[in-house]
Design a protein around this ligand. Structure first.
Ligand code: NCD
Ligand code: ZN
Ligand code: ZN
Length: 346
């Protein structure tokens, strides 16, 4: 019997964290190996604010790419109130979007702001005029399981006030958020493998598992199921299937900052995501939709043409390593995945 197989062209990861320094030098080659392009988030330490910060970050990322991997990194800048048109014009050629962090709601978001701060609407209005998309970590104050839902009214306000602004709801986690994709033509979203395949039980349902702890927190089984159905384009949400892009939210932290009493949110998963999601898409007969979710939709939404890369996945088991580098424990460390990457042509 022949092996079951999926061939992906130019897979893209539209939300990942490479960090800086030694971690960046480890992470960038891992993205570059299996993706044709990936978008690095700006919540580095220090964060990426100015044109100089962006150019310096670009140099560091590009120096870490192995030429033969044929990989296009994409960049973001950290949202600030009152961003002038001059500033936005200067950074626009170097970035794909600007990332809004609600202050204090996730890792390195202390430099972020409240959606109600003065100057936020001014920035969004200038971004709309200059056609720079807004990538948004959409969580508001309140109980952690409801924070994304509570941010929904902000998404509605922004999408209505700025109808030409592309708003990317990053790493969506709540089934109610999906309705915003139906309602607003200018709202899009990234989806992570963890929010599509797991629920809060993976974090708290047995022994406490910090290696499944992200912000937004994994939610109820109904949320997970609705998100998985949406990316596969089934169960009534087929009308939004072209608006959803893969964004792994791969977010490495050294193990001592995960396995401690106040563990950081975020886990490394970039190297296992394509294998993990292969199973539900293949088993549901949605391979064409898998190609759109992992590449075609992002190309269309961001208007990008990444370099050519072919990634072949086969239903042969692979074991997730215990560690990536010295300090990073990946998502599902030590677990056996049903699918493997068996060939990469760059
Ligand atoms: C991310 C990180 O560690 O930078 N963590 C996370 O839990 N998602 C930040 C983010 O994307 O919100
Ligand atoms: Zn986030
Ligand atoms: Zn993230």
């Amino acid at each position: 019997m022949s092996v079951e197989k999926i061939t992906l062209e130019d897979p893209l990861d539209m939300h990942c964290h490479w960090r800086q320094g030694a971690m960046l030098n480890k992470m960038v080659p891992l993205s570059a190996k299996i993706f044709a392009g990936a978008m690095g988030m700006p919540n580095t330490n220090p964060p990426i604010f100015s044109l100089e910060d962006i150019l310096e970050y670009k140099r560091a990322v590009e120096a870490a790419i192995h030429f033969e991997d044929n990989f296009q990194p994409y960049y973001t800048a950290y949202f600030q109130p009152n961003m002038s048109k001059e500033y936005l014009k200067a950074i626009k050629p170097h970035i794909l979007s600007i990332k809004f962090y609600p202050k204090g709601k996730t890792h390195n978001s202390e430099y972020g702001c409240s959606p109600h701060d003065p100057g936020v609407l001014e920035s969004l209005s200038n971004m709309e005029e200059l056609e720079i998309p807004a990538s948004v970590h959409g969580e508001a104050d309140g109980f952690c399981m409801r924070r994304e839902y509570l941010f929904g009214s902000i998404y509605e306000q922004w999408a209505t006030m700025f109808p030409k602004l592309k708003i990317i709801m990053e790493h969506i986690s709540d089934r109610r958020t999906l309705q915003l994709l139906v309602k607003f033509p200018n709202i899009f979203a990234t989806v992570t493998p963890q929010h599509a395949l797991f629920n809060l039980d993976a974090v708290l349902g047995g022994k406490l598992n910090p290696h499944m702890f992200w912000m937004p927190i994994l939610k109820e089984p109904e949320d997970q199921e609705a998100i998985l159905n949406a990316i596969m384009g089934i169960n009534g949400l087929a009308c939004v299937k072209h608006k959803l892009m893969l964004g792994t939210d791969s977010a490495p932290h050294p193990v001592d900052q995960k396995e401690c009493a106040c563990g950081c949110a975020g886990v490394f998963n970039a190297s296992i995501t394509l294998q993990l999601l292969a199973k539900p898409f293949f088993d549901s007969g949605k391979v064409e939709q898998y190609k759109m979710f992992t590449s075609g939709n992002a190309k269309e939404i961001y208007g990008i043409t990444p370099p050519k890369k072919t990634v072949v996945l086969e239903r042969v088991p692979s074991v997730v390593p215990d560690r990536v580098g010295v300090t990073v424990v990946p998502m599902l460390a030590g677990h056996t995945l049903e699918w493997s990457i068996t060939e990469i042509r760059a």
